[in-house]
Structures are given as structure tokens and as C-alpha cells.
Design a protein around this ligand. Structure first.
Ligand SMILES: [Zn+2]
Length: 345
């Protein structure tokens, strides 16, 4: 009798344990798998997390995909804030994201630098200079967003301080942001000194950083592609990559959007691939973008986004000088409500 009771008790205990283990296993599994399902759609658009980065396990450099854009840092987005999946099923998209190690200041763009031939046939990199600028930059951003594709922007420092909110939109859309000097000075002119060139470069980066609230990529494009030798050596010491181009759209002197599309497509069909130089500052460029991106897709071209492994380290003396300069006319930091009050309406 005693042993029968013991047997019964044992079997009850055993079934409770089995049920508990089953619930625990299924429960845990369900907990893990549910967010994965939700995340599946945006994950196609977003690069994998750094933990899954093949770069850390020695994969070939040109297959590296990575996070770490300014936009992601600004947003520091939890899963719920992830961008929605691309709404355009026929979008140009981004075929590949490459991460650049800017140590020593590597040069890109065959017009001036021929060592790093990383693009394969039909691959293009979209680059835009001289922004941010009202209307034109947002129009370029919209065209890129409509095609779910990404580019590299080289803003002018002064323009970044004029329109920081537009530059923030560029970052928020996930594009890569470098710099293009403070005032678009020719760093290769006879009047240019080493100190002035350094000031143009550093103040440009500090301005972009100030506008974004985060450090940009250590990517630099010389105004007018005028590569001053001393400035190039300086950029090398700062571990900043130099961007020329493979293909100049000459959009700044185009008389129409159609002319820009024709120039780019003709050159591309001849060269087969390349870093394309354009200007988000230019109205015709903004107008040309929807058609140009469609033509790229139709022509079988694929967009490669270039990102940097690290962000640029701005120099504190330039950061501080710039903040003082920008705030110079206004000594008061009182909020508007305490300065301006409606007394009659
Ligand atoms: Zn420029």
C-alpha cells in the first residue's frame, strides 16, 4: 500500500516536472522567435549588427557589411524605430555596403587614384557635394528614398552651419556624410598656405560635426578636385580618406536635368562602373535624380554604399573656435519666452 502510494506520488511529481520543462522550453522559444519574425522585413534593408559582421572573422573586405553610420548613432534606434521595409518592389536599392579603413588616408576615384579598384562591373557609388541646401538637398533625399538607395554626401562646412536641420535629414536617412572644407576654398591655389589648408579642412569637419551633433566619416573631397600636395599629406596624417571620382557628371554646368542624365549614362555605359560625382546643391541635379536612378536600375547598375570603419576625430580647438564664431552676435542664452513677450494682441 505504502509503495503504491509512493509510486503514485512519484508519477505525479514526474508529470509536473515534464510539463514545467515543456512550458519553459516552448515559452522561451516563442519569446525568442516572435521578435525575429517582426524584425525580418526591416532586416532586409538594414545591415547586420556588428556582432554578425563577417569583417571580425576575417571575411574578404569587399563583402563587408556593417552598421555604424551617423544616422544609426543619432537615432540609437531600438527595434520599434527601425525603418520600414522598402515600399518600392522595383527599387534600385543598395547591392553592397563596404566599410573603409581610412588609416593613412587612402584615395578613391580613378580620375586621380588608381590603387584601390574595389568596384566590380556595373557597380556605382553615388556621391553628392556642396550641400546641404534648401529644396535641392531634400529633393535628392526624396529621390534616393523612393529608390531605397544610399549615397555619400560631402557637405560644405558653412552650408552645414546654415542648414543643420537638412544635414540631419541626410544622416537620418542612413547616408554616409564626409566633409568638403569650410568655405569651398581651392586648396591647391598659389595663395593657399599649409596653415590655411589645415584650417579649411578642420573647420569643415568641426562644422559638420556641430550641425549633426555627431562626428562624420573621415571621408574628404577636395573642392574642384584640386588636390594640394601638402593638404593631401596632412589628410594622411589625420587618417582621412580622399575622394576623387571615376565619373564627373558636370552637373554644375548642365543646362537641364536631361543633360545630366545623358552625361552620366553615356560615361557609365563606356566605363562600366564607378564613383559618380554630383551636387545636391544644384537644382538640375535634384530634378535629374528620379530619372537617373530609374535609368541606373534599367541598365543593370548596382549601388554600393561606402561607409567608414571609424568617425573623424575633430580637433577641440576648431570645435571651440567655431562655436564661439557662430554664437558671436548673440551673447544671451535666455530662452525666447523670457526675451520676447506678447503684451498686446
Ligand atoms: Zn564642391
Amino acid at each position: 500500500m505504502r509503495s503504491a502510494l509512493g509510486l503514485m506520488l512519484a508519477s505525479v511529481v514526474a508529470s509536473v516536472v515534464i510539463t514545467a520543462v515543456w512550458f519553459w522550453t516552448v515559452g522561451r522559444h516563442a519569446h525568442v522567435s516572435t521578435p525575429q519574425t517582426i524584425a525580418a522585413a526591416p532586416a532586409k534593408l538594414l545591415p547586420p549588427s556588428p556582432a554578425a559582421n563577417p569583417a571580425r572573422s576575417g571575411a574578404p573586405r569587399d563583402e563587408i557589411e556593417t552598421t555604424g553610420s551617423i544616422a544609426e548613432k543619432l537615432a540609437a534606434a531600438p527595434l520599434v524605430q527601425a525603418k520600414p521595409a522598402c515600399a518600392n518592389p522595383d527599387a534600385l536599392g543598395v547591392a553592397r555596403v563596404v566599410e573603409i579603413d581610412t588609416t593613412g588616408g587612402p584615395g578613391f576615384g580613378f580620375e586621380h587614384f588608381k590603387q584601390l579598384d574595389f568596384l566590380t562591373d556595373k557597380e556605382v557609388v553615388l556621391t553628392f557635394d556642396d550641400g546641404p541646401w534648401p529644396n535641392n538637398t531634400p529633393a535628392v533625399l526624396k529621390a534616393l528614398a523612393d529608390e531605397c538607395t544610399r549615397a555619400v554626401f560631402f557637405p560644405i562646412g558653412k552650408h552645414a552651419t546654415f542648414h543643420p536641420e537638412i544635414l540631419k535629414q541626410v544622416a537620418a536617412a542612413g547616408h554616409t556624410i564626409g566633409a568638403h572644407t569650410w568655405s569651398h576654398a581651392n586648396l591647391n591655389s598659389k595663395k593657399m598656405t599649409e596653415q590655411l589648408a589645415k584650417d579649411e579642412i578642420e573647420k569643415g569637419y568641426s562644422a559638420v560635426r556641430l550641425a549633426l551633433g555627431a562626428a562624420p566619416a573621415p571621408f574628404f573631397r577636395f573642392p574642384e578636385l584640386q588636390h594640394g600636395p601638402a593638404a593631401m599629406a596632412y589628410l594622411g596624417t589625420r587618417n582621412i580618406a580622399i575622394f576623387s571620382c571615376d565619373l564627373d557628371s558636370f552637373d554644375f554646368r548642365a543646362k537641364s536635368a536631361e543633360q545630366i542624365v545623358a552625361t552620366v549614362m553615356t560615361k557609365l555605359d563606356k566605363q562600366g562602373k564607378g564613383i559618380i560625382l554630383m551636387h545636391d546643391f544644384q537644382k538640375h541635379t535634384a530634378e535629374a535624380m528620379p530619372t537617373l536612378l530609374r535609368r541606373l536600375k534599367a541598365g543593370g547598375y548596382k549601388v554600393v554604399q561606402m561607409k567608414a570603419r571609424t568617425t573623424v576625430q575633430t580637433l577641440p580647438e576648431y570645435d571651440e573656435a567655431l562655436i564661439k564664431e557662430i554664437k558671436l552676435p548673440v551673447a544671451s542664452t535666455r530662452p525666447v519666452g523670457s526675451v520676447v513677450q506678447t503684451v498686446s494682441q
